[in-house]
Design a binder for this molecule. Structure first.
Ligand SMILES: [Cu+2]
Length: 136
């Protein structure tokens, strides 16, 4: 009788653990869906470009902008060439990044207007340092 009680207790512990693991998946799945994308400012080969220059994200995602080659760079969203002028302004980072490796993050708000957004680097827009962000 003692061993039956012991194995019963063991089984209930296993079942409890399984329920706990499945339960934690259910809680953490929405967070796990949010992704972080990295965009380099200046290509590895020293071109005046964003790498990648086209990016598709979802609300809740984060973009990590990393200063790479041929600085200074910044990231400015063009209100006239973006789905939401307000969001374009709030996503912009006008402060110049001077040294390689500097980085900042931009979180796409949950209520972001879906559509296309155009961004550019102020010092190098004329050289073609322009990118496109699609929020879907
Ligand atoms: Cu630049």
């Amino acid at each position: 009788m003692k061993s039956i009680a012991a194995s019963l207790r063991q089984w209930s512990l296993i079942v409890f653990t399984i329920v706990l693991v499945i339960g934690s998946f259910a809680i953490f799945t929405p967070n796990a869906a949010a992704e972080t994308y990295t965009v380099k400012l200046g290509s590895d080969k020293g071109m005046l470009a964003f790498e990648p220059s086209k990016l598709t994200v979802k609300p809740g995602d984060t973009i990590k902008w990393v200063n790479n080659k041929v600085p200074p760079h910044n990231v400015v969203f063009d209100p006239a060439l973006s789905k939401s002028a307000d969001l374009a302004k709030s996503l912009s980072h006008k402060q110049l990044l001077m040294s390689p490796g500097q980085a900042f993050e931009t979180k796409i708000p949950e209520n972001a207007a879906k559509g296309e957004y155009t961004f550019y680097c102020e010092p190098h827009r004329g050289a073609g340092m322009v990118g496109k962000l699609v929020i879907e």
